[in-house]
Write a protein that binds this ligand. Structure first.
Ligand code: PLP
Length: 496
């Protein structure tokens, strides 16, 4: 299987290892497989008997054809091990007769990014070997919270890599800060920046564009890479949990084998929901895909009007991992329904004008599967409380956006299919807002760390071990640096 650009003429055809090593296509587009492989019902039945790592190796192997099944099974077994994810990497919880939740937060950082970032570094290191790359990769990350910690956990002690993460010192929650400051691993570096997320992000971009830095690193046998969510190596592991969830539901008798289900996904960069779409194209019986957004509802507008407009107010919400105005992976959907030429046109318009409108036939194909629904802040809080009181099920703020969208969907469309809501973070990851939503109080003096205990006492549920542990671990990375010192800290890290 070769990979081509969403914006190209098909001339750049690369292996999966090359696509994973390179990240972006050379024309600025995203890599896509040349065709979408299928999963027959016989294959699905065969996978029903298998463990999560076996399912992962099989499904990922359909795309990464230059990796052997044994290599993928080795990587998946290490990534989704009992030590890291417990018994089941992606359990489906029955909420009521019509509703189930796919919990993707049982990994080391308690959020769904672990599903991809635990295996991606292993795929990446193999990609270096397969493309005869002898240098070491330095992964640079600017983070506003979740991605930094998940990338650190994914790349820690992975041979052939180093990782350095920059976060805004006042721009992350106390728990997120502790998670990063206590990070263990021989190949990790974490720096707080005096500045905001944009300062950290532009600093990283500047270092990537700096050719003097590139040659200096090259002399030390190092090259720069990113852990970005547009890398195919991050997308492909996300297809697996849709297949796995479906098989688990069928096996348990929640659905008949072959019966279609709808899926509702809390969406930011459009990566998670796009993986569901690929699973559907492969042959998994999925019906509608409901794209749930918070107050930053650029995708809701796109899916109801055909116009994507990034020129709009930005809101900082209680579901911060979905606070996004440019959903990069939407480009992959455009490519599949409109082809590379029209995709290139839309993306050029987005860059130059800040908006584009898709042609009518494209809009029709997209909305045959996708529906956009959003939830505002009050609805999100009310949903946390309603689901807890009515269903005795505790959810985080991101999952609540999707639960709210799913309820609206069932009301409006009266669909007969069961709805699988994707649950993307542990409620304890966003303990303060969850606690405040449940109690209706506005105890703004409640600290993030105290909120963990408060939520546990209120609900009688346990604080996940990785989050509880953070409170007692030693601070290993106390440094706060100026935003102009980022270059130096990269150099110091590589050539101590
Ligand atoms: C990243 C993230 C999302 C959004 O996922 P996308 O793939 O960017 O659409 C939703 N919820 C949580 C908790 C996340 O960390």
């Amino acid at each position: 299987m070769k990979f081509i650009s969403t914006r190209g003429n098909g001339e750049e055809r690369v292996s999966s290892a090359q696509a994973i090593k390179q990240g972006l296509a050379s024309d600025g587009g995203l890599f896509m497989p040349e065709n979408i492989p299928t999963l027959t019902s016989d294959e699905l039945l065969m996978l029903q008997e298998k463990s999560y790592p076996e399912r992962a190796a099989y499904v990922i192997g359909k795309f990464l054809t230059d990796y052997t099944y044994e290599e993928l099974l080795c990587d998946a077994s290490e990534a989704y091990s009992y030590e890291k994810f417990g018994n089941n990497a992606a359990p489906v919880v029955r909420v009521n007769d019509n509703l189930a939740a796919l919990e993707l937060w049982h990994g080391p950082t308690c959020a769904f990014k672990d599903m991809a970032l635990q295996i991606m570094p292993r795929l990446f290191v193999r990609a270096l070997r397969k493309t005869n790359e002898s240098r070491e990769a330095l992964i640079l990350v600017a983070t506003s919270g979740d991605t930094g910690k998940a990338a650190l956990e994914g790349y820690r002690d992975v041979n052939g890599t180093k990782i350095q993460v920059f976060y805004p010192t006042d721009g992350v929650s106390k728990v997120q800060k502790l998670q990063m400051q206590t990070q263990e691993g021989k190949n990790v570096s974490v720096k707080a920046i005096r500045g905001n997320f944009d300062d950290a992000q532009s600093g990283v971009k500047r270092i990537f564009a700096d050719s003097a830095m590139a040659s200096l690193l090259n002399e030390s046998g190092v090259f720069l890479s990113s852990a970005n969510s547009i890398n195919w190596g991050r997308l492909v592991p996300q297809i697996v949990y849709y297949v796995s969830a479906y098989l688990d539901m069928a096996e348990r008798g929640d659905i008949a084998f072959g019966e279609a289900i709808d899926v509702c996904v809390p969406t930011g960069n459009f990566g998670n929901i796009f993986a569901a779409y690929i699973a559907k194209l492969m042959g998994l019986p999925l019906g509608r895909l409901i794209c749930a957004s918070n107050q930053n509802n650029v995708l809701t507008e796109f899916l109801s009007s055909g116009r994507y407009n990034k020129k709009r107010d930005f809101y900082a919400t209680i579901s911060p991992s979905m606070d996004i105005l440019i959903s990069s992976n939407l480009e992959r959907l455009l490519y599949l329904v409109a082809g590379p030429e029209r995709t290139r046109g839309y993306m050029n318009k987005l860059n130059s004008l800040g908006s584009y409108t898709v042609d009518d036939d494209i809009f029709e194909s997209i909305t045959a599967t996708f529906i956009g629904i959003h939830a505002d802040e009050d609805e999100t809080k009310a949903t946390i409380r309603r689901i807890y009181e009515k269903e005795n099920y505790l959810i985080d703020t991101h999952t609540a956006v999707a639960m709210c969208a799913a309820a609206k969907y069932m009301n409006i469309y009266k669909a007969e299919r069961k709805v699988l809501v994707v649950s993307t973070a542990s409620p304890y990851k966003f303990a303060k807002d969850v606690y405040l939503s449940l109690t209706g109080s506005d105890a703004s003096e409640l600290s993030d760390t105290d909120a963990l205990g408060a939520l546990s006492s209120l609900t009688g549920t346990e604080i996940p071990t990785p989050l509880a542990a953070v409170l007692n671990k030693n601070i290993l990375h106390p440094d706060i640096i100026g935003r102009d010192d980022m270059d130096n800290s990269v150099k110091d890290f590589v050539t101590p």
